[in-house]
Write a protein that binds this ligand. Structure first.
Ligand code: HEM
Length: 474
């Protein structure tokens, strides 16, 4: 035992020193000049010495994805969704002291999130849409100014950072309103906070729990972005002025007042906002990155989508949301490129036996379904390994006519049952509005040769260094 502890301590010290060196390397070289190790670090690819059997991400139990089992997996009280994410992201550090007792209030939160995002969301999206279009035009131009102008007049950009920034700005507008989203320091902290969370997720895995507090301090510069955001959120919650009408923050304040529960203090509201912000900020841009990569390699689809969109200046919210080929293109790309090989991850808070003598999930073990198996199911998806952009419009199968934002047993991207992602309408809008704008105004070409994404754990993530060029459509 003592030997194992000494080895772990030694490895921790080595990793700690490595992190410090990497941090120094960052300051000296900047992100683009470092060596291979540095490239992997900045692209989010980390060494994971303890494999799948050590730490919080122990190998999960994969259950058979019938509709009934998926509902049970999603909703059984003994199986916790938040415990999974608390482990992966180290919530007690990254959510500024969120505690175990928070779990008792899960139902309160889930109900509120559902009303906030699924019930009120779509109506707000319709109202904010014109301002979002305007903001998108100017943020995209700002980003293109940072690209490299080429001889043929096209502009070369690094896809992931560009899409991450644009998507974050639009999402910030939906959350906090136009003025806040345009505030550089605030916008930068929103980006940094999400990046910090992802780094912590990766690095926490090769440190024992008692050291994660210090690792968090090191990686996040003592939670600088998190603390900055929380104090801004608190001020915005108290001010809650007219500029924020129809935003998530505005509705959150209103709904928590209506619930009239002692639970919703300003601190808890701001902490919840951090959580929703993180949920909202990383997946849309990563999925959109894959969609644009697919688009960049399919000029014929660029023409088809441009034709479907028609006059972009007249594109309203309703029309955008109901373009069948654009929706199908996104959904098919997400089907073929799931960010996570697993879905509906739940951690057993106590030993749980599925109904009808099904799986036994011991306390502390994670159960889930295989997203890959579901998304490549031959019945729902004939020729499942083939990418077909029009699959959801034309292929006769159970999924024909289904939309990207639909929750279904054939599409676990949003989860399933009562806990399925309540923010999917916001995600779909942000992805569609950016895709429609880019394809209407630019021809997109993939410049980088070789890998554009990498696997880490069960996750597939985009490389930061992949470049595409955008050339104005005649
Ligand atoms: C493509 C983008 C997105 C994907 C793929 C996605 C997917 C998911 C998934 C799989 C879950 C967990 C479901 C479960 O475990 O059963 C989830 C939860 C959640 N998502 Fe999303 N999400 C996306 C974007 C968003 C956005 C934009 C928002 C907010 C505007 C959001 C808000 C949330 C919240 C609040 C939860 C937790 C719900 C709860 O705790 O009850 N998500 N999302």
């Amino acid at each position: 035992m003592a030997i194992i502890e000494s080895i772990q301590t030694a490895v921790c010290i080595i990793c700690g020193v490595a992190l410090v060196l990497l941090e120094v390397g960052y300051l000296i070289t900047g992100t683009e000049k470092g060596g291979k190790l540095w490239d992997d670090f900045t692209n989010g690819k980390y060494y994971k010495p303890w494999g799948n059997t050590w730490g919080s991400l122990a190998r999960p139990v994969v259950i058979n994805p019938s509709k009934r089992a998926m509902t049970e997996l999603s909703e059984a009280k003994a199986l916790s969704q938040r415990a999974v994410y608390a482990d992966i992201f180290g919530f007690q550090h990254t959510m500024n002291g969120i505690s175990r007792t928070e779990q008792e209030n899960n139902l309160l939160r889930t109900r509120l999130y559902s009303r906030l995002l699924q019930v009120r969301g779509p109506a707000n999206l319709k109202v904010i849409y014109p301002a979002l279009q305007k903001q998108l035009g100017s943020v995209l131009l700002q980003q293109l100014e940072k690209g490299k102008l080429k001889i043929d007049g096209s502009i070369s950009i690094r896809l992931a950072p560009t899409i991450r920034t644009i998507s974050s700005r639009l999402m910030a507008q939906l959350f906090f309103g136009e003025n806040a989203a345009a505030d550089e320091a605030f916008a930068e902290s929103l980006l940094t906070y999400s990046a910090d969370m992802v780094r912590c997720m990766a690095v926490f895995q090769f440190f024992p729990r008692f050291l994660t507090k210090y690792v968090h301090i090191l990686i996040t510069r003592n939670g600088r972005a998190m603390h900055f955001l929380q104090s801004r959120f608190k001020k915005m919650i108290s001010d809650n002025d007219g500029d924020m009408n129809n935003t998530i923050l505005h509705d959150m304040v209103q709904l928590t007042h209506e619930q009239n529960s002692q639970y919703w203090t300003v601190h808890v509201i701001s902490q919840s906002l951090l959580g929703i912000w993180f949920a909202a900020s990383h997946q849309p841009w990563m999925n959109l990155d894959f969609v644009l990569l697919e688009l960049a390699q399919r000029p014929e689809w660029q023409v088809q989508l441009r034709e479907e969109i028609g006059d972009h200046s007249r594109l309203d919210y309703q029309t955008l949301d109901n373009l069948p080929y654009l929706d199908s293109f996104i959904k098919e790309t997400v089907r073929m490129n799931p960010l996570d090989n697993y879905a509906i991850r739940r951690k057993a808070l106590q030993t749980y036996h599925f109904a009808n003598g099904g799986w036994l999930i011991k306390t502390g073990v994670v159960a889930c379904v295989s997203a890959i198996d579901i998304l490549r199911n031959k019945e729902a998806y004939p020729d499942p390994d083939e990418w077909r952009g029009d699959r959801f419009v034309t292929t006769p199968a159970a999924v024909q006519g289904s939309k990207f934002s639909d929750v279904s047993e054939y599409f676990p991207t949003w989860g399933f049952g009562a806990l399925a992602c309540p923010g999917r309408f916001h995600a779909a809008l942000v992805m569609k509005i950016i895709l429609a704008h880019i394809v209407s105004h630019y021809e997109v070409t993939l410049e980088s040769k070789g890998r554009t994404k990498f696997m880490w754990e069960s996750f597939t993530l985009p490389y930061d260094s992949t470049r595409v060029s955008l050339k104005k459509v005649n």
